[in-house]
Design a protein around this ligand. Sequence first.
Ligand SMILES: *Cc1c(COP(=O)(O)O)cnc(C)c1O
Length: 226
Amino acid sequence: MSIEQNLLNFKSTIPGNVKLVAVSKTKPVEDIMEAYNSGQLIFGENKAQDMAFKYPQLPKDIEWHFIGHLQTNKVKLIAPFVSVIHAVDSLKLIGEINKQAEKNGRIIDCLLQFHIAEEYTKFGLNLEEAEELLNSDIFKTFKNINVTGVMGMATYTDVEEQIRKEFSYLVSIFNKLKETYFNNTDCFSEISMGMSGDYQLAIEEGSTMIRIGTLIFGERNYKKQN
Ligand SMILES: *Cc1c(COP(=O)(O)O)cnc(C)c1O
């Protein structure tokens, strides 16, 4: 099936208020153009070099979301144009994003990534670490970033109950942070959770933004990269 058909079919299965990030990582600009021509404006990439390579070749009303682990030394590659960075998990990283955003005269939206899965990963904050970040004096001086919500990835499993538990835990973290740190702003509003394999559960648990690659663009070629 064509990317256009995939997109139309997919969109008919999700509520209109859930934002769709079309994850175009490893896919050529031609595929992104096909999705764009079908009305998709938000695209997600997980490698700074790839995003910086594709950006100049594509229409300027595309909203670029960085969805993977971002090294501090790569922030400058995407700072001139990226809209949202989904996986912020350290004060050092958000400090660099603030610095590069300032250099470009921009404000970049950031989501705090939480480690909610059972699987081991060195990426993602726990609640205590997030509170430490938000409470730090240096964080309060950052003028060129906006923390607009949270992001997480559930365990890769068929056990529905487990996935639901992890997503609902992320929602509880979101609610706690909103109440404690963002209760006088509407900006803190996004819960980025749900991928091709678990987006339905994510939406049922309260996702506001899903990140979908395979169901739109087809399988990725894992020989080259993921
Ligand atoms: C690749 C990726 C996705 C999309 O995965 P699919 O299973 O292809 O939908 C979503 N989020 C992140 C962080 C990813 O790296």
